[in-house]
Design a protein around this ligand. Structure first.
Ligand code: PEP
Length: 256
């Protein structure tokens, strides 16, 4: 049985004090609903303060990005060992904003995924199609490429640790959510692909989150789907009570 994982992506929002307050409140949610892994990914400058606020609670702290090299002349980048040092357990990689605003390629994302595992960080590998790609009937082709390249070169035992976040780009920050059926279809496609790339046992072990305008009123229906194992939540993770409601509804969907 896959443990559900609901993670907030705070993006480039909040200040230090509000990040700490939100982390403290979300830590209480994580402690209340132990059947669900609950995480937050604050902006890098607040990681240490948020990790301190989460200390002693089950709240998982993650980063929003990292570079694949362990150190060196890479001005402005953050390395995996630095994230570990700050108390991170996971890192979002290949988010659509990284791919489409900052031009990250499949090749770069793949290097980051492999490096994160090597540094002991759980990668949250984001995959998903643009609106024009969906409308052109290319959703499966795009998702296949993102997943296949993102996991390239990983052994089964490594692939099992990766969390995949299916985030249709047209649903991110738009208020337009994929229907539970649309999301389930792609999640089932990803799980089938994992079975082809590895084997059915590995495919069953990998957690696949849905992301894209997840809210308290759609969390339960989305997470009721067999292959949806959690959520990556942007805007709605910035308010403690809203995020708590998403986690509560998600837990109910899984009978927890
Ligand atoms: C995200 O940034 O990963 C995301 C899903 O954002 P939102 O929930 O705001 O659509």
């Amino acid at each position: 049985m896959r443990k559900p994982f609901i993670c907030g992506n705070w993006k480039m929002n909040l200040d230090r004090a509000s990040a700490v307050t939100l982390a403290q409140a979300t830590a209480k949610t994580a402690a209340r609903l132990k059947g669900v892994d609950v995480g937050v990914c604050p902006p890098a400058p607040y990681l240490e303060a948020v990790a301190a606020a989460a200390n002693g609670s089950p709240l998982i702290v993650g980063a929003q990005n990292m570079y694949f090299e362990p150190s060196g002349a890479f001005t402005g980048e953050v390395a995996g060992p630095m994230l570990k040092d700050l108390g991170c357990a996971c890192v979002i990689l290949g988010h659509s904003e990284r791919r489409h605003v900052f031009g990250e390629t499949d090749d770069l994302v793949s290097k980051k995924v492999k490096a994160a595992l090597g540094f002991g960080l759980v990668p949250i590998l984001c995959v998903g199609e643009l609106l024009e790609e969906r409308e052109a009937g290319r959703t499966e082709a795009v998702v296949r490429r993102h997943v296949t390249k993102g996991l390239e070169g990983l052994a089964k035992a490594q692939a099992e640790q990766v969390v995949i976040a299916y985030e249709p780009v047209w649903a991110i920050g738009t208020g337009r959510t994929a229907t539970p059926q649309q999301a389930q279809e792609v999640h089932a496609f990803i799980r089938g692909l994992l079975a082809d790339l590895y084997d059915p046992r590995t495919a069953e072990a990998v957690r696949i989150q849905y992301g894209g305008s997840v809210k308290p009123d759609n969390s339960r229906d989305l997470m009721s789907q067999a292959d949806i194992d959690g959520a990556l939540v942007g805007g709605a993770s910035l308010k403690a009570d809203t995020f708590a409601a998403i986690v509560t509804e998600g837990a109910k969907a899984k009978g927890l």
